[in-house]
Design a protein. Structure first.
Length: 136
C-alpha cells in the first residue's frame, strides 16, 4: 500500500510542476508546450485512481493483517467506493439519497479517498470473519 501512496504523490507532484507552476512569462509548461498538456491530463487519471480507490487497498490490507480472507477485504473496499453511492466530493453540493430502514437511515454516500472509515470497516470485517470461522 505504501508504494502506491508514494507513487501517487510523486505522479501528482510531477503533474503540478507541468501544469500548475508558472515558469516564464507566467505560463506553465503545459501552456508553453501543448504536448505536455496531454501528459498533464493523463497523469491526473493515474494519480486520481490511486487515491480515489485507496479504500480498496486499505480494506484489503486490514483484513489480511487480521487473518481474514483478503478478497473479502477487496470486495468491502469496492463496496465503499461503489458508483451506486454518491461521490463524497459532491456532498457539499447536493443532498444524498438515503436508505430508510424504519428505525434508522443510512445516507448513500461513498468513501472515496477516505482512510479511517476504510480502516475501521476492514478491521471490523477481519474480527467478524475470524470469530465466525471459529463457530462455523
Amino acid at each position: 500500500l505504501l508504494p502506491a501512496l508514494i507513487s501517487g504523490g510523486l505522479i501528482l507532484g510531477f503533474r503540478n510542476v507541468i501544469g500548475d507552476l508558472p515558469m516564464s512569462n507566467g505560463q506553465t509548461l503545459a501552456q508553453m508546450y501543448p504536448s505536455l498538456q496531454t501528459i498533464y491530463d493523463f497523469l491526473w487519471l493515474i494519480g486520481e485512481a490511486i487515491f480515489f480507490y485507496l479504500p480498496v487497498g486499505i480494506c484489503w490490507s486490514a483484513v489480511k493483517k487480521m487473518g481474514g480472507t483478503p478478497i473479502l477485504g477487496i470486495v468491502l473496499g469496492v463496496t465503499l467506493v461503489s458508483p451506486q453511492l454518491m461521490n463524497a466530493y459532491l456532498l457539499g453540493q447536493q443532498l444524498p439519497e438515503v436508505w430508510d430502514f424504519g428505525m434508522f437511515s443510512i445516507a448513500k454516500v461513498g468513501y472515496q479517498a477516505q482512510v479511517i472509515p476504510a480502516l475501521l470497516a476492514g478491521l471490523a470485517l477481519g474480527v467478524i470473519e475470524t470469530r465466525l470461522k471459529r463457530i462455523v
